[in-house]
Write a protein that binds this ligand. Structure first.
Ligand SMILES: [Zn+2]
Length: 127
């Protein structure tokens, strides 16, 4: 699985400081969630270095019929944060992608849902 994940991740060309964290989170996702993301050809992940004058280009693929395309964008400044924070944030963003920015059920707050899923996957929000 690790090799499959690494092959899949290599297409996104993530920064060296972040890709091992992303791989570690993907590896711990429940199989059905990981498949949902890895089998979606429209799913994208990218990172960028925030700073003055930086224009961020988010790669967006054409949506497949019936499904909005999903992307996760990570700031490279994350690398300065503790591992528990980095992995929680990645899990939180992947949860949004999995839930298509909605809740787990109608009316649930999407932020609450993303934190709840991240915690369920082993990445609770650090305080
Ligand atoms: Zn969020």
């Amino acid at each position: 699985m690790t090799e499959q994940i690494e092959n899949w991740l290599s297409a996104f060309d993530l920064d060296m400081s972040l890709s091992p964290h992303v791989a570690a989170v993907i590896e711990r996702l429940p199989g059905q969630v990981r498949d949902d993301l890895m089998n979606d050809p429209a799913f994208r992940m990218c990172d960028y270095e925030p700073g003055a004058g930086v224009v961020m280009h988010v790669p967006v693929s054409l949506p497949t019929p019936g499904a909005a395309s999903r992307s996760v964008v990570l700031k490279r400044t994350l690398r300065h944060r503790p591992t528990s924070f980095v992995r929680w944030l990645i899990a939180h963003e992947l949860a949004h992608a999995h839930l298509r920015h909605g809740g787990r059920w109608k009316g649930e707050d999407p932020e609450f849902a993303a934190d709840a899923l991240a915690a369920e996957w082993g990445f609770p929000k650090p305080y």
